[in-house]
Write a protein that binds this ligand. Structure first.
Ligand code: 0X9
Ligand code: ZN
Length: 301
């Protein structure tokens, strides 16, 4: 493993880490600037691949500020892809030739910073709400996918507050616009902790998506690969029936915009603040599932 993966890292450290990778690997990577957050922080990500004509797969971590294992696991995956390339691992080289990865390690940058300096269990964004002293919107209830529907709150003080309007949160609008403006993008994974589930559309309705059978197939294969590492059981299925109704999810929005495999994975954890030793454990098992998921995309598109 990489020494980066032995600890959780701040927003500032993560910017340096991204810049270091791109500076030392200009042929396989470049920076992605998704725009600025509500408080003016840069939302910085990385593109990784050897073939810009390959189907694209976007994944992000840290949409919920307190879910620190999520950015850490996303960063573990990036390190595995970079290190695998550097040592000439044929499986990783082939992956980088057949899929182009677009990655945003920390989605909710303002909330994440707030968990480091003020409130470890903060979840939402840090935007202001008119007529309320409560701060923040749940970015995972804010997309234009059944907005305001089941599993959302209209109370700005709630942790599942849907926000004033679809895409009122600049961070959610930035990510949605970025993905929608890509061509040939077929995978999107919005990575959370800690329910240990592989979730697929929909969260806003109990109606089943047209691609349910393919979603179940890719997740069944991913879950088997994850299980092969430490025996952990990750169940899978539509958000609505597998965890609970939750409208306004960005994965649902992107699915309805045509991204066929627009999913949300819930990592292991048991809490929102597991010890740093969980990073390598989570990373090792999730990377196996992630490779299987990526290979399905490479094979189909
Ligand atoms: O409630 C949520 O947003 C997710 N659980 S969490 O504990 N990480 O907050 C589950 C909902 C997943 N739904 C979508 N991605 N749409
Ligand atoms: Zn979450």
């Amino acid at each position: 493993g990489n020494s980066w993966d032995l600890d959780f890292h701040t927003y500032d450290e993560t910017l340096i880490w991204l810049n270091n990778i791109v500076n030392s690997h200009p042929t396989i990577s470049s920076l992605i600037n998704f725009g600025s957050s509500f408080e003016g922080r840069q939302m910085l990500g990385i593109r990784l691949g050897l073939n810009s004509a390959a189907p694209k797969f976007f994944f992000d971590g840290g949409i919920h500020a307190r879910e620190w294992l999520s950015p850490a696991t996303v960063e573990y995956i990036v390190n595995q892809l970079v290190d695998g390339h550097d040592r000439g691992d044929p499986e990783i080289i082939s992956l980088l030739q057949n899929v182009e990865f677009h990655v945003l390690p920390i989605f909710n940058v303002d909330g994440f910073e707030y968990t480091w300096n003020t409130d470890r269990l903060w979840r939402k964004t840090r935007s202001f709400n008119q007529g309320s002293t409560c701060v923040g919107t749940d970015p995972n209830r804010n997309a234009d996918a059944g907005f305001g529907g089941p599993g959302t709150s209209r109370n700005p003080c709630s942790d599942t507050y849907h926000g004033a309007a679809p895409f009122s949160e600049i961070e959610v609008a930035n990510v949605a616009a970025y993905v929608v403006n890509q061509t040939n993008i077929h995978g999107y994974n919005n990575i959370h902790t800690n329910a240990q589930l592989l979730l697929s559309p929909y969260g806003y309705t109990n109606q089943l998506p047209a691609d349910l059978a393919d979603h179940n197939q890719i997740h069944n294969a991913s879950a088997a690969a994850i299980r092969s590492v430490f025996g952990a059981d990750y169940e899978f299925g539509p958000i609505y029936s597998t965890i609970y109704p939750a409208a306004g999810g960005i994965n649902d929005y992107l699915y309805d915009q045509g991204v066929k495999y627009a999913v949300a994975w819930e990592l292991r954890g048991g809490s929102f603040s597991p010890p740093a030793s969980f990073i390598v454990t989570s990373g090792e098992e999730i990377f196996e599932g992630f490779k299987v998921f990526s290979k399905f995309i490479a094979a189909e598109f």
